[in-house]
Design a protein around this ligand. Sequence first.
Ligand code: NAP
Length: 320
Amino acid sequence: MKIVIPGGTGQIGAILDRTLTAAGHDVVLLTRRPARDGHVHWDAATLGPWAEKIDGCDVVINLAGRSVNCRYTPANLRAMMDSRVRSTRVVGEAVAAAARPPRVWLQMSTATIYAHRFDAPHDEATGVIGGGEPGVPGYWAYSVEIAKAWERELERAGTPRTRKVSLRAAMVMSPDRGGVFDVLLRLARLGLGGPVGGGAQYVSWIHDQDFARAVAFLIEREDLAGPVNLAAPDPLPQRAFMRALRRARGVPVGLPATRWMAEAGAFVLRSDTELLLKSRRVVPGRLLGAGFTFGHPEWPEAAADLVRRSGRGGMDVLAA
Ligand SMILES: NC(=O)c1ccc[n+]([C@@H]2O[C@H](COP(=O)([O-])OP(=O)(O)OC[C@H]3O[C@@H](n4cnc5c(N)ncnc54)[C@H](OP(=O)(O)O)[C@@H]3O)[C@@H](O)[C@H]2O)c1
């Protein structure tokens, strides 16, 4: 298949490029800064020669968007919103204008669209969309607004010959440097992998190989359209999540961090506490219902696999 991945130069793009290329597909990445063969320039906002790559391809997987791993300043929030809405809109325009449109468009969304919640998991049918939860910082609602605007652009696109799926992805855990698992592993190695803000908030996650397999599954399954949760069936409280990671890495202790310490740490790391403190309890209702099976459904085993593949396992805590 010919597969075009706008915004494919980041962490998730690397996972998909690797697995889809290894499976024999022809993969093109759209990027604002082409650096190698297989990269094609676009500006993520306006139609250009790049749209010729969409015409005649089989699959589009749009991942573009300003990283959410940043301080949520007004300027960064605006860039997070605009980069997602504009890139989705222009991908839609390219698909709509194509003489031979792709048969499927997988559009990245996020599991963050669901409400901060502890009592029950969110699947696609019964899940509660966030934004109005009491007792959480008001600005958390903006992440939900971004996710909703992102999905709205996909729905609005007039592409009658192309099936559309929004990928409500949880944190994708891969052993690659610089990804979210790498950051968590570093914290654990430094002894900082304890509960944050009490640790009761749920962490939804998906192993990189299951993520890539789920994408392949969604490409093939003509009967699946609309929002699909990409998350392992076993989200767990952050306290237990980090305990399993420490165990997998052989780190005996993890210092607890208060909400205040998380604020300070996030400030130093130029990140935001929403990423740590929001309870994301999301389960893959539609994938399981469609017969998808997870290779890594449970976090303790998945964490052990990721530590092994990262090459940073063992007891060399002081050398780490
Ligand atoms: N990683 C996760 O666990 C996860 C989970 C759920 C959802 N997501 C979402 O999935 C998408 C891909 O995630 P990722 O981890 O691969 O992100 P990433 O590493 O930050 O890569 C995102 C890509 O988007 C492009 N981009 C960045 N800023 C942009 C802007 N202002 N305008 C247009 N394009 C821009 C970049 O491509 P160029 O710089 O080459 O143009 C970059 O390679 C993101 O939208 C993210 O929010 C990620």
